[in-house]
Design a protein. Structure first.
Lengths: 347, 426, 347, 426
C-alpha cells in the first residue's frame, strides 16, 4: 500500500467544481506523473538507457535525475534483460522500479525476464513476493523512423498471464495512469503512443482532480448509435476524426478508448455493441494472434445475437513494419476505418 | 582481508599491445565438429586437452582429499571441532534427504528429483558463510543452501511432486525461490544487491548494524547465458555486493564444461575487473573460507566477486537423465576419491575430534530426517483446482476472476456424479 | 531449391498401392525425418543443447551425431539466443540449420533473435538473403513436469510476421512435416507435442509415400455434420475421443487438425463451418491474444451468416501453467470439449 | 605473426588463489546514484577517476596525433605513399558524404542520419584490412566499412530516407545489412564464422585458396548486451574465425563508457581466453595493422580476437540527438586534436609524400561525391504501397497474399478521385 492508494480513496472534486485543466503534452504529462509518483513514494525508482542526464530520448524523464538524484534515476548499462532482471531484484528488495525500454523494438532482449520472472514471481511464490514493476514502452509508428522503432508488440504481452497491459492516449490519462501503474502491486506494461507525445490536451493535475475509480478501464470517448469503434493509444485521434467524418455523412459512431489491454474491460464495449450491433476494432499491430482478434472473439461470444455484422478489424498488416515512406499505407487511417464502418453497416 | 587477496593480481599489468592468450589455448583450425581439414584434432581431443590444462590451475584448498588440513594465507579460517562436526552433520543430513528424494522419485512419489550428490561441500561451505542478513538466489539444485537458510527439506518437495512451484517466503527466509530458467536469478540477484546499496546497508562497518550482501548460485552451463554476463556488467558498474557463486560440476546435462569455455570459468571475472577465485568445491572448509571472504568483500563495498567451486555432479542431472550415455564410469570413480564428506570424516577421526558415538548420532539423525521427509511426501495432497487461479495477480483481475468463477461452477456440475471429477481430471 | 523440392514433385504412389505403414512413435518419426533431411542435403545441420551424444533430452536426435559427425550435429553452449543467433549466421552462409530449443519455456532468451533477425532478414534484404532455419520446440503440458516445461507459446510466434509456425500431431505428419520445414526457404517454428512423443501411429516412410502437396495445411481427420472441432498438436487425441463420445450420444463432430498455425489454412475450416454452423477451437495455450482468438475472429468474419453459435474456445486458462498436480484441470480435456460442443449446440 | 603477439600474455599466469583486481578498481561502497553513506564518492567522481585510470592502458599506435610514424614490433605494416594516400582519400571521401548525410537530414531529405564523424580512422583501418573473401557484419554507423566493401554511399540513403530497410546484397558484397538491434549481428557473425570453419576455408594456408574470416562491428555500449557475450562464448568454444571489432567511441548515446564497464573493454577477452587488443582508433595505420593481424589469426584458425578501437564520436549520436545535454565542449575539443584525418595529412605533408595537387584532387573528388550523393537522395521516390507486402516470405503465403490483394484492390478504389490516395496516405 502506498501513498497513492490512500489518495485513491480521498475525496474527489465535486462535479461542478471549476476545472483547472491546462493544455499539456502527453510527454509532459508523463513526466509530471512520474514526478508525482516519486514524490509520493521514496521507493519509486526510474531506470533505463539514457533516462538520467539526457532525460530519455523522448525527454519523458527530463530533469528528474537532477531533482531526485542519481540513485533514484539510474542510467543503466545497455542491456534490456539486465534492466528488467535487475528491476525484478529491486522490486524483491522493496523498491517500485519504473524501467524504460527505449523503443518498442528493443523490448525483446528482455522478453525472457518479463515472461519467466516478472509475470510469474507472484504466482510462483503464492503471493508472498509481489512484483510492483512498471515497464514503460513508447510504441507505434507514424514518426518516420528506421526499422524497429515503430512496432506495436502489445499483443505479445497480453498473451502472457501475470502481466497487466495498458496504453494511454491523452495527457490526462497519461498523468493518472502512470501513477496508477506505479501504485499497482502487479507488474504493468505501460505503452505510450510515441507519435502523440507532443500533442496537447487539457490536464488538471491537482490531487483532488484524480479520477475516482481505476483508470485501467474502457471509456466511451464519444457517444454514438450506428457503429462502435474501439481502439487504444495512438489510434484514438484517428477514431475521433472518423467519427467526425461519419457524422458529416449522418452516421453516428460510438468511440471507445480501451485503455486496459489486459485485462480488457469489455463491459462498456459489449454494452455499446448491444446498442449499435456493429464493432470495428482498430490497432496498429498485425492481425494474427492479436489483441484485436481477442476482442473480436470475446465480444462475439458475449453479444452474439446483438451483432448485425462480424466484428471487423482495421490493423497493421501481417508483415514486418515497412520502410517509413510507406507507413502511411500501413497504419490504420481515417479512410480504412470509414471503409470498415461502411462494410459493417452494409454487411 | 585486504585488497591484495591474491598473489598480486595477474591481470593487473597493463601492456601496450594488449593480451595474447596462453599458448595452451591456441589451436589450429577446428570447428564445431570434425574439422574438414585432415589431421586437425577432433573436438573431443581438444576437450581432453583442455581438461588437462584446466586442472593445472589449482583451486584454493584447505582440506585435502586425504583429510589433511593446511591453512591458507589469503583465506584464514578458525577451525575447531564444533565447526567441523557441524559441517559434517550438515553434509550428511543434506546428502541423506537428497538420496531419499531420488528414491521417492523412483517410487513414483515425485515427478522428478534434482540430486545434489557430490556438491555438499560446495553448498554447505557457501551456505554456512552466509550471515542471517544476507540474501541468496538459488538455481534449482541448491538443497544444501536451502538447508543452511533454515528451509525445512520437506518444503522442497512440492516443486518436485508438482503440488506447488515454491512454498517458502523468500523475504522471510532470505532465500529466493528456486529458479529454473538458467541464468535468470543471477540478474535478479544483481538487482537485489543494487537495492542493498541504495538502502545504505553496505560498507557501513558498524558492528551494531551488520552490512549485507547477496549471493547468486548457478552452474557451469549457465555461464554461457547472456543474463549472467549482464548480471556481471551491472554488478561491476554499480559495485554491487553480490557474490557470483558458480558450482562448476563439470557437466551441463550431457555437455562437458569445455563446451562453455576454452579457459577456466573463474577467468570470466577478469573481463569485468573484479576478483575471480577458483576453490576446491569438494572442500567444505575452503568453500566456507573463500565464500566468507567474498561476502565480506561485498559487505564492505568491494564487490562483486566471482567464486568458481570446482566440484562434480556425482549423480545424473536429474532423475530423468541417463548419464551413461555421455560419460564414463572412470570419471565418476576418480571423483569418488574426492568425496566432500569423506575427507571431513577422515580429518575428524584422524585428529580425534569426533568419536564413533558422534558419527552414529549423525547417522541416526539422518535416518530420522529421511523418514520424516518420506512421510511428509507421502502425506502431501494435491491442491484444489482453484489453485490454478490463485495469486496470478496481487490485486483483483476482472477477466481472471470471472474465468475462475465459471470454471469452478462448471466443475461443481460434476459433483452430482460421485468421483466424476477425479476420474476425468486424474 | 533442395533435393526435397524435387522430391515434392516426384510421382506419388497410386491411391490403391498397398501401404507399408508401420507403427512408429512420433519421436522416432521425427528422428527419421531429420535423418532423411540430412541425407538429402549436406547443408542441413542440427544444433542445440544436448542434441549430440545424448541425442536430446527427448532423444529426437538420437544417434544422428554418431552417424553424421560432430560437425553436423552440434552441441552448443547453454545459450538460446546464441543458438538461434548463430543459426542465423549459418543460414546466411548457406546452411539449413535445425535448432532445438530444449523446452517451450526456454525459447524466450532467443525471442529477440527470432523476432528481430530470423523473422526479418528476408524482408530487410528484399529477398536477397533467405532464412531457411527451423526452430524445433517440444511444447505443451500433461507430462507432470516442473515449471517452464509445459508451456504453449505458439501464439506469440504467430503474431510475428515473417515466421511460419506449424505443429505436428501424428507420426506420419511429424515425419513429412519436419522435412517440409527443413526444405522451406522461410524460417519455420516447428512445435512438437511432447506428451505425444511416445504414442505410436502408422508411418509409411517410403519416398513414394510422400504426400502430394504441402503438409502445412488443415486436414479433416474425421468427417462430421453437427459441430466442427479444430485443434493442433497435443489436443488432437482429445478431439478424437470427444468425437467418439459424442457419436455415442448421436452427435457427429467434424475433427480438423490445423497443422499450420501461421499462415492458417482456414478454407477447410470455413467450408466445414458452412455445413455445421458451429465451431469449437481447442488449444492448451491461454486465451488472451491467442491463435484461438485469431481463428474465432477470422472464421466469424468469413462465415458470419453460417454460424448458429459463436466460435467457442476451450483452452488453457489465463494463468501461468499451474503445478502439475492440477494440470489435469488446466488442460482442455474430453469433458470440457464436450461441454463446449453442448453449449454450441444449445446456444 | 606468432602466438606471442603481445608481450607475454599478462593473464596467462595461473595462480593458486585466483585473481584479485588491480587496486585502482577497488572502491568503497558505492551505488547507482549518490551513496546514502556520507562522504562516499559520487558516481560521476568514480567515472572521472576511472577515465583517468583507463587511459593509462595505452593503445597500439603507429601514427601519433602529430603525424609521426613509429613501427610497432607486433603489428608490422609496410607503409608507402600509395597506402597513405589511399587511406587519406578514403577517410576524406567518407567524411564528406557523412557530412552531406547530416545536411540532408537537416534539410528534411532524410528522417535521420547516423554520423561517423571521428571514426573514419577506426573504420577505414578495419575496412582496408579486410580481404575480398572475408565477411563483415556492421552495426548502423559503419559507413566507412560499407565504403571499403564497395557499397556505393548512395546505397546507404534508403534506410535513412525511409524508402527501404537495406538495399545491397549481403552475400554478393560480403557486407551484411545494417543491424539496429544492438548486439544481434555479433551473434550472427559468430554463426557465419562457424560456417566458414565447416566449409573448410579456415587454416588451409594454401595460397591458391585464400582462407576466410569474419568481422563483427559494434559499439562500446553494445558490449553490455547478452548477445555479445554469447557470441564470444560460441566463438571461443568453436574457435571461430571472427574478429570482434568494438569501436569504443566513449559514448552510447548519453552514457559514457564507464557505465558499461569498470575496466577497459578489451579486457573482456581475458574472460574467454582469446586475445584482446586496444588500438588507437584515430590512427588509421594502427587500426589497419592490428585488424590485419587479427584477421590473419582468424584465417589461420587462431581466432577469435577482440579489438577495441579507442576513438571518439565527434558528432551527436544521430541527428535526433543533442549531446550538449550530457557532455562538455572541452571533451570534443580535446579529441579534435586527435583527428584521424589530420594526422595522416600532416604525415603526408611532412614526409613529402603528397603535394597540394593531391589534396586538391581529393577535395574535388569529395565535392563531386557529395554532389552525387545529394542528387541521388533528392531523386529518390517512395516505393509503391505493395512494397509493404513484398519479400516477407520467400515462398507463397496464402494469408498474406490475400491480404495484399484485398488492400491493393481497396487502394485502387481511390484511383477514381484524383490524388485521393496521396492526400490520405501522405
Ligand atoms: C534457459 C534454459 N535453457 C535450458 C534449460 C534446460 N536445462 C536445465 S538444467 C540444464 C543444464 C544446466 O547446467 P549447469 O548450469 O551446469 O547446472 P547444473 O544442472 O549442472 O547444476 C539445462 C540445459 C533451462 N532450464 N533453462
Ligand atoms: C537492443 C537495443 N537497445 C537499445 C537501442 C537504442 N540505441 C540505439 S544506438 C544506442 C547506443 C549504442 O551505443 P554504442 O554501442 O556505443 O554504439 P554507438 O552508437 O556509439 O556507435 C542505443 C541505446 C537499440 N538500437 N537496440
Ligand atoms: Mg553443471
Ligand atoms: Mg559508442
Amino acid at each position: 500500500m502506498t501513498a497513492l492508494d490512500d489518495a485513491r480513496t480521498a475525496a474527489v472534486l465535486p462535479d461542478d467544481a471549476p476545472s483547472q485543466a491546462r493544455p499539456t503534452t502527453l510527454a509532459k504529462a508523463l513526466n509530471m506523473g512520474l514526478r508525482a509518483a516519486m514524490e509520493a513514494d521514496p521507493k519509486v525508482l526510474l531506470m533505463g538507457e539514457d533516462v538520467g542526464k539526457l532525460g530519455g530520448v523522448f525527454r519523458i524523464t527530463d530533469s528528474l535525475q537532477k531533482d531526485f538524484g542519481e540513485h533514484r534515476v539510474i542510467d543503466t548499462p545497455l542491456a534490456e534483460s539486465g534492466i528488467v532482471g535487475t528491476a525484478v531484484g529491486l522490486a524483491l528488495r522493496g523498491y517500485r522500479p519504473v524501467a524504460e525500454i527505449q523503443f518498442d523494438g528493443f523490448v525483446f532482449p528482455a522478453f525472457d525476464q518479463i515472461v519467466s520472472q516478472v509475470a510469474k514471481v507472484t504466482y510462483r511464490t503464492q503471493g508472498r513476493a509481489r512484483m510492483p514493476l512498471v515497464i514503460r514502452i513508447p510504441f507505434g509508428g507514424g514518426i518516420g523512423a528506421v526499422e524497429h522503432h515503430a512496432e506495436s508488440p502489445e499483443s505479445l504481452f497480453c498473451h502472457v498471464a501475470g502481466l497487466r497491459v495498458v496504453a494511454c492516449s491523452s495527457a490526462a490519462d497519461a498523468y493518472w495512469m502512470i501513477q496508477e501503474a506505479i501504485a499497482c502491486d502487479d507488474p504493468v506494461i505501460f505503452f505510450e503512443p510515441k507519435r502523440r507525445y507532443w500533442e496537447k490536451a487539457p490536464l488538471d493535475a491537482r490531487p483532488a482532480a484524480r479520477p475516482a475509480g481505476s483508470t485501467f478501464t474502457s471509456v466511451v470517448r464519444r457517444a454514438g448509435s450506428d457503429v462502435t469503434v474501439a481502439s487504444y493509444g495512438p489510434s484514438l485521434p484517428v477514431l475521433e476524426a472518423a467519427a467526425d467524418a461519419a457524422a458529416a455523412e449522418g452516421r453516428s459512431l460510438e468511440v471507445i478508448d480501451l485503455r486496459a489491454l489486459s485485462p480488457l474491460d469489455l463491459d462498456p464495449v459489449v454494452e455499446s455493441v448491444r446498442r449499435t450491433g456493429r464493432l470495428v476494432v482498430v490497432s496498429e499491430a498485425p492481425l494474427e494472434s492479436s489483441i484485436t482478434a481477442d476482442i473480436a472473439a470475446r465480444v462475439t461470444e458475449e453479444a452474439f445475437y446483438s451483432l448485425s455484422a462480424p466484428v471487423l478489424r482495421v490493423a497493421g498488416f501481417d508483415t514486418p513494419y515497412p520502410p517509413s515512406k510507406v507507413e502511411g499505407y500501413y497504419l490504420p487511417d481515417l479512410d480504412r476505418v470509414l471503409d470498415a464502418v461502411d462494410r459493417a453497416i452494409n454487411w | 582481508m585486504t585488497a591484495s587477496g591474491g598473489d598480486g593480481a595477474p591481470h593487473a599489468t597493463a601492456t601496450r599491445t594488449g593480451d595474447a592468450p596462453p599458448d595452451e589455448h591456441r589451436r589450429g583450425a577446428l570447428g564445431a565438429g570434425a574439422s574438414p581439414v585432415a589431421g586437425a584434432p577432433t573436438p573431443r581431443q581438444v576437450v581432453a586437452g583442455l581438461k588437462a590444462t584446466a586442472s593445472a590451475e589449482d583451486p584454493v584448498q584447505l582440506l585435502s582429499p586425504e583429510g589433511e588440513f593446511t591453512p591458507h594465507p589469503d583465506y584464514p579460517l578458525d577451525v575447531d571441532a564444533d565447526l567441523l562436526r557441524g559441517l559434517y552433520r550438515d553434509m550428511v543430513l543434506v546428502r541423506r534427504f537428497d538420496r531419499e528424494g531420488n528414491a521417492l522419485q523412483r517410487q513414483g512419489q515425485l515427478s522428478i528429483w534434482v540430486p545434489l550428490l557430490g556438491q555438499e561441500g560446495a553448498q554447505i561451505g557457501a551456505g554456512r558463510a552466509l550471515a542471517p542478513q544476507d540474501m541468496a538466489f538459488p538455481s534449482y539444485r541448491e538443497h544444501g543452501i536451502a538447508w543452511c537458510r533454515g528451509i525445512d527439506p520437506t518444503e522442497l518437495l512440492g516443486i518436485f511432486r508438482g503440488t506447488d512451484h515454491s512454498s517458502w517466503d523468500p523475504a522471510a527466509t532470505r532465500f529466493h525461490s528456486y529458479t529454473i530458467v538458467i541464468g535468470n536469478q543471477v540478474l535478479n540477484a544483481a538487482g537485489y544487491a543494487m537495492g542493498q546499496v541504495l538502502d545504505g546497508v553496505v560498507g557501513r562497518h558498524d558492528p551494531e548494524r551488520p552490512d549485507e550482501a547477496t549471493i547468486a548460485f548457478f552452474g557451469d552451463g549457465a555461464t554461457s547465458e547472456g543474463d549472467i554476463h549482464e548480471a556481471m556488467v551491472f554488478a561491476g558498474s554499480f559495485d554491487s555486493p553480490v557474490v557470483f557463486y558458480c558450482q562448476n560440476n563439470q557437466w551441463a546435462i550431457s555437455e562437458p564444461v569445455e563446451v562453455q569455455s576454452r579457459v577456466p570459468l573463474f577467468h570470466r571475472a577478469r573481463g569485468y575487473g573484479f576478483p575471480g577465485i577458483r576453490v576446491d568445491g569438494n572442500d567444505v572448509l575452503a568453500c566456507l573460507a573463500v565464500t566468507r571472504w567474498a561476502l565480506d568483500e561485498c559487505r564492505s563495498g568491494n564487490g562483486p566477486v566471482l567464486v568458481e567451486a570446482f566440484t562434480y555432479r556425482m549423480d545424473a542431472h536429474t532423475t530423468s537423465d541417463d548419464p551413461t550415455r555421455y560419460r564414463t564410469a572412470d570419471e565418476g570413480q576418480a571423483w569418488n576419491l574426492l568425496d566432500p564428506i569423506e575427507r571431513v570424516r577422515v580429518h575428524l577421526v584422524r585428529t580425534g575430534q569426533a568419536d564413533q558415538a558422534f558419527f552414529d548420532g549423525v547417522a541416526a539423525e539422518a535416518d530420522a530426517l529421511a523418514a520424516r521427509f518420506r512421510e511428509h511426501c507421502l502425506a502431501m495432497t494435491p491442491p484444489p483446482p482453484d489453485r490454478i487461479f490463485s495469486h496470478v495477480y496481487s490485486e483483483p483481475h476482472r477477466q481472471l476472476d470471472r474465468q475462475r468463477a465459471e470454471y469452478l461452477q462448471y466443475l461443481a456440475g460434476f459433483a452430482d456424479t460421485p468421483d466424476a471429477g477425479a476420474q476425468v481430471h486424474a
